[in-house]
Ligand binder design. Sequence first.
Ligand SMILES: N[C@@H](CCC(=O)N[C@@H](CS)C(=O)NCC(=O)O)C(=O)O
Length: 234
Amino acid sequence: MTDLSLFPITKKWPAQHPDHIQLYSLPTPNGVKVSIMLEETGLPYEPHKVDFGSNDQMTPEFLSLNPNNKIPAIIDPDGPDGKPFPLWETGAILIYLADKTGKFMSKDLAKRYETIQWLMWQMGGVGPMFGQLGFFHKFAGKDYEDKRPRERYVAESKRLLNVLNKRLADRAWIMGDDYSIADIATFPWVRNLIGFYGAGELVGFGEFPNVARALEAFVARPAVVRGLLIPSAN
Ligand SMILES: N[C@@H](CCC(=O)N[C@@H](CS)C(=O)NCC(=O)O)C(=O)O
């Protein structure tokens, strides 16, 4: 049996199945990227809830795995060279799991980098911009008198949605017929923007019918339905 005791995080979140991928997460738009990917690939994994209510992400045990105090993070007991392998940052985790399974990223080199290009577009654009819009529209920032920051993130979110809408004009998914890690990274954030953040009207979501159509197909996938609820609330 794999020994994960060298990872201090397992003291706070013990592994019942140390031979399975250990996932430390919450069902936020970044967290579900990885639970959806794990559900889509069928890799065995064990989810652990990192409770923001108790500031779990700031505990020494969590920081020992991810010094950046953000979920999600994983340990793969069967990593490169068969050794346990810790990883954080969803872009890196998605590429790693795609390479490990040979799924959701083309092996063709040009298509592989095109997939990574869109994944990075999500990581550097969609996630941070939609996240800031959420802060200024739904959370503490909504009470700020100066509305210019909110307007800036609304404009930037609309611009990004327009880029995605054009990309999807003649494609089912970001990479065409093939559903990929670029979709798994992007659509949880689009769903969150118009769902949890309630910003659909603010960004004029009706102007982006191709995005709406792909989002609908995304949330109908059985692995997505499951992944969106992991780790569960209790
Ligand atoms: N770039 C990171 C972002 C991760 C991230 O922002 N996670 C949020 C939840 S969606 C978090 O852990 N927030 C906790 C905190 O900031 O203390 C990734 O993609 O993994």
